[in-house]
Design a protein around this ligand. Structure first.
Ligand code: KG4
Ligand code: ZN
Length: 329
């Protein structure tokens, strides 16, 4: 089955075609607003999605040597994300479905990240844990069985990537700062010591770490960027690893998937792999291009949902906040 995937949840326009487990084409266009804004500008993102969707669809089909008539299913993100951005992709997908007669399946973006793990490791079967770490989300889910998710923890304030971006901004790094923080950190000789967050249960919190980093930089104006980058990464990632260990211990589940933009970071992967060796869990981390936002994962999740629940109604709305929960539709 050839599935066209479309994701416009934030500021990346993504279009992909998946044939079974084979990725035929995976296009992502990152279109950050001009530098002076220093972050995502929702209106700019929406307008750019509108401009890019049609040419990217044409390009994707040409690359895969396909016509719209060869597509069996259109899968599109319906949330969570920026409402304006979501509506661009969802409206485009609905129009394409109506004009081509191809079925439409809407998908929760976070479930898409979980299906990136399933696509990368086809033998992985529930139950397994998934840690999703991006600029907008820091969540730990237990996949109890297919389509049934239990949230073990989520951030109480900032997301992990958001904290890296905000401290990186104070350090004079561009947006998003995560990749620059990773590059600097490997050159550190004397990492800054920062406190490890310890919120209740299995939740996450990054605002305290962000403030601690800001205060440290104010009190130590000569701080070398490399040392702050490394100290920041260590504290931010120790917090993630700590929550994963708690979840493994509590559930007895020893398979841990990973997703989101921060999951690209090699230091985070190494920490999770090494801790897994000590604590008895295995890490299932997709390749970087399937960790960051992409439409392959939306095609994979859409395909699974379509097989189980059929197509989505044509009046399906977009949701800026959409919980994963146990879902039967
Ligand atoms: O999943 P994503 O591409 O977009 C959304 O947030 O939806 O994640 C972007 C986040 C940003 O905060 C960025 O700084 C972070 O992922 N990021 C990284 C790295 N690459 C991207 N953080 C640490 N190390 C990286 N190599
Ligand atoms: Zn995402």
């Amino acid at each position: 089955m050839k599935v066209l995937g479309i994701d416009t949840s934030c500021d990346d326009t993504s279009i992909a075609v998946l044939d079974g487990n084979r990725i035929m084409v995976n296009l992502v266009s990152s279109h950050l607003a001009p530098g002076e804004f220093g972050g995502v500008v929702p209106e700019y993102a929406s307008r750019t999605h509108t401009l890019l969707l049609y040419p990217m669809l044409t390009s994707a089909l040409r690359t895969a040597d396909l016509d719209v008539s060869d597509i069996d299913l259109i899968a599109v993100t319906r949330g969570p994300g920026l409402l304006g951005s979501l509506l661009c992709g969802l409206s485009f997908a609905k129009g394409l479905s109506l004009s081509s007669g191809k079925p439409l399946r809407t998908v929760n973006h976070m479930e898409g990240h979980i299906y990136a793990v399933r696509l990368s490791y086809p033998h992985i079967e529930p139950p397994f844990l998934v840690l999703l770490v991006s600029g907008g989300h820091t969540e730990l889910h237990l996949v109890e069985e297919e389509f049934f998710y239990r949230e073990m923890g989520a951030t109480l304030d900032d997301a992990c990537g958001e904290a890296l971006d905000k401290v990186g901004k104070l350090m004079g790094l561009g947006y998003p700062a995560g990749p620059a923080v990773e590059k600097l950190a490997v050159k550190s000789r004397n990492p800054v010591k920062l406190p490890r967050p310890k919120p209740k249960d299995m939740d996450f919190s990054y605002s305290g770490l962000k403030t601690a980093a800001r205060n440290y930089l104010a009190d130590h104006p000569g701080t070398v960027n490399e040392d702050m980058a490394s100290g920041l990464q260590e504290a931010a990632f120790d917090h993630l690893v700590d929550r994963v260990c708690m979840a493994v211990e509590k559930t007895g589940v020893e398979k841990v998937g990973l997703g989101g933009g921060v999951a690209v970071n090699k230091r985070l992967r190494t920490k999770l792999i090494e801790t897994g060796h000590r604590q008895g869990f295995n890490l299932f981390a997709p390749p970087p291009e399937l960790c960051t936002d992409n439409a392959v994962m939306i095609a994979a999740a859409g395909s699974a949902r379509f097989k189980e629940f059929g197509q989505s109604p044509p009046d399906e709305p977009a949701f800026d906040r959409a919980s994963l929960g146990g879902s039967t539709q």
